[in-house]
Ligand binder design. Structure first.
Ligand SMILES: NC(=O)c1ccc[n+]([C@@H]2O[C@H](COP(=O)([O-])OP(=O)(O)OC[C@H]3O[C@@H](n4cnc5c(N)ncnc54)[C@H](O)[C@@H]3O)[C@@H](O)[C@H]2O)c1
Length: 454
């Protein structure tokens, strides 16, 4: 069985770097090399980090962001032996109550309920945090958690902007934190088997890959600004995003349809499915990226594209991302999400239900018999917190997957074909994109993106 364990290249003296807050210019210049060294190789010796303060048989967690996925991650981790939850944190008191009740319902003691994540991070007894906030609220608590010496289970996409992804990777490396990102497909056997089969060369030459997510009509409506509910601190919820009047259809769950807080399906699901393509093809540096689409289906308040085709040109193959909202019919009438590899000897489609292989010739060797299993992603995180090894979805490779997905949105926002500078790990025609919100956004005061040497 393959082991998916990407190992970022680090300089020998990296661990001994002193804490240094940098200017943005210094930071971008240095992180080109740091991210550039990130490979997606399998089976390499795991990198050993410094031991965290409290890692022993018991792992004490704190949850930041108690919505849909934060609670799901907490539930998954509470199913495992030796996990305690000391505190939960949310800017919506009703979500806080729900997450605290989840803990009590397992027979564990009631966790502290905290509104401000900075207070949660001050708690010395917490070894690791789950970050389940909306995308615009990942980078700040993530970097603060690194500074506080916590390990992190961070939801995907790791960041809201390209610049944040680099900053988060640098902070994690600087403070030698174990970070698992929420791309839990990586820890499912049938995805691993499919990746291994694609890598085996048995499908011949693969020139085209496709990844997609097709939503049915999901309209978030048009709403007027209104007073936020008393249990929600709306200003804190907005945080570094621009000040906007409260509307329910911009808030819980729906933030992903607005560029100031999310990146629509390009990042929401692209990060899951494009990730599988990059792992299988073992290449993460495209030559160029272009995109077409727009708000073509939904007549609602969103400002992100409901229809998007993004094309990534690699030296010897092409990746096509597609998302749309008007029709859920997948390839060959199949699943509404997935990744497909098209080789001259056959094609393979993989999704969360399994994989299918379509040989061009009948005598070609087939992939292993489908064995569908539960994801071991949360157990893998726990094991790595204890062993200090890199988890299956380590921040190194997930920063890269996130950056590539963000580039799809950036290509659409800029209207330009992006040229990729693999050496600098940045857009070569930088002047065309620096104004794009998915590249770099201005933070609303008092929030700041802290930069550390990676
Ligand atoms: N891995 C997966 O399969 C998967 C699935 C769904 C969502 N996600 C990811 O999980 C994250 C959360 O998505 P969701 O659908 O659960 O969103 P959600 O809106 O349901 O939950 C977000 C929660 O964060 C809280 N929050 C906002 N600002 C906060 C702050 N400053 N401090 C503390 N809490 C704050 C909100 O009040 C809300 O309770 C996103 O990054 C999303 O992409 C991952």
């Amino acid at each position: 069985m393959i082991q998916i364990c990407p190992v970022p290249k680090q300089s020998a003296n990296e661990a001994s770097l002193g804490v240094a807050v940098q200017t943005r210019r210094q930071f971008l210049a240095q992180t080109g090399a740091a991210v550039g060294g990130v490979g997606l190789g399998l089976g390499l010796a795991p990198h050993v980090f410094a031991q965290s303060s409290g890692a022993n048989d018991r792992v004490v967690l704190g949850l930041i962001g108690c919505g849909g996925m934060g609670r799901a991650d907490q539930q998954q981790l509470m199913r495992l032996k030796g996990v305690e939850v000391a505190a939960v944190c949310d800017v919506d008191a009703s979500h806080l109550d729900n997450a605290a009740a989840d803990v009590v319902n397992t027979g564990r003691p009631a966790p502290k309920k905290i509104k401000d994540f900075r207070q949660l991070l001050e708690q010395k007894d917490i070894d690791a945090v789950i970050i389940g906030t909306p995308d615009h609220w990942h980078a700040i608590p993530f970097i603060a958690a690194c500074e506080a010496g916590k390990d992190i289970y961070c939801e995907k996409p790791i960041s809201h902007s390209f610049v944040e992804a680099k900053a988060m990777l640098s902070a994690a490396r600087h403070f030698q934190r174990v970070v698992q990102v929420g791309t839990w497909q990586r820890s499912i056997k049938h995805f691993q088997d499919a990746i291994e089969f694609v890598r085996s060369g048995k499908m011949g030459q693969i020139n085209v890959c496709r990844a997609w997510m097709l939503y049915g009509l999901r309209d978030i409506g048009r709403q007027q600004p209104q007073n936020p509910p008393p249990e929600l601190d709306w200003d804190f919820w907005l945080g570094p995003a621009p000040k906007r009047p409260y509307q329910p259809n911009r808030c819980h769950g729906n933030w992903r349809w607005f560029f100031e807080t999310g990146g629509s399906l390009m990042t929401d699901w692209g990060v899951h499915m494009i990730d599988i393509v990059l792992l299988a093809m073992q290449q993460t540096d495209p030559v160029s990226i272009m995109a077409a689409g727009g708000k073509l289906t939904c007549n609602d308040d969103r400002d992100t594209p409901d229809t998007l085709l993004a094309v990534y040109q690699f030296p010897k193959w092409v990746l096509n991302w597609e998302h749309r909202f008007n029709n859920v019919r997948g390839l060959d009438g199949g699943s509404e999400h997935g990744a497909e590899f098209i080789g001259d000897k056959g094609s393979l489609i993989v999704d969360r239900n399994g994989y299918q292989y379509f040989p061009e010739t009948p005598d070609v060797e087939k992939p292993p018999k489908l064995e569908k299993r539960e994801s071991t992603h949360w157990q893998n995180f726990l094991d790595c917190v204890k062993s200090r090894k890199q988890p299956a979805s380590d921040i190194g490779s997930m920063a890269k997957t996130t950056m590539l997905c963000l580039l799809g949105n950036i290509a659409l926002q800029s209207g330009q074909t992006l040229r990729w500078d693999a050496q600098k790990q940045d857009v070569a025609n930088h002047g065309d994109v620096k104004h794009c919100i998915s590249y770099e956004r201005e933070y609303r005061k008092p929030w700041k993106l802290k930069l550390f040497k990676g």
